[in-house]
Design a protein around this ligand. Sequence first.
Ligand code: GDP
Ligand code: MG
Length: 220
Amino acid sequence: MMNGFDDDDLRKSSQSLYKVLIVGETNVGKTCLLRRYSEGTSSEMQTKATLGLDFRVKTIEVDGRTMKLQLWDTSGQERFRSMTRSYYRGAVGILLTYDVTQEKTFRTLNDWLKDIERNAPEDVELIIVGNKCDSDARVIATETGSQFAIQRNLTFFETSAKTNINVNNAFETLAQAMAANSRPRAGTMQESSNRLNRALSSTAHLSSSEKQQKSRCSPC
Ligand code: GDP
Ligand code: MG
């Protein structure tokens, strides 16, 4: 082919390719988190909300397995709530992000969970990330974010793309869950995990041991 790839190359590379989305309101720091993780930088100069979807690939080792993470950025489309079904299609992991300095970005997390439920594969792995934890302008307490995640049985991190706190941790924890989740697909019957339904269901039935197990919060 003209671009130097043939179908075989694509097939081989797609075997270990995992589509990862980062979603959340505009300005929460999604682009900075992706750049920080994929390049190790988060320069403000580099962020630009171009239209048209964009992804970067990062290769990591998880438990001796090579995973190619295809990290998708929304390129500003979240501003218009125009994230399409095709954006979510085939996603194996989602990082749902809010900004600890902007209350509205936390308040709308449930809307994002509903969007994800409607559009993403049922067994997608999901984590909640409160970004900008370096900032003095925080309005959402660590405990508040942590409780939101615990009640939905989701893993939670506070991050700073700016000062590089917990960014690798968040992505790699998600990748580990993705690796564990995808393993049974190749072999025996997959346990129907239904993570999203759990995330959206009432909180009343969670045991305290589940709560403790899923609470993974590192305050800045
Ligand atoms: P997006 O719209 O979600 O992609 O957000 P951007 O990545 O474009 O970031 C929006 C703004 O927040 C920019 O001015 C960033 O410099 C700033 N920002 C991103 N991450 C952080 C962070 O961890 N801490 C602080 N203090 N600012 C951040
Ligand atoms: Mg962006």
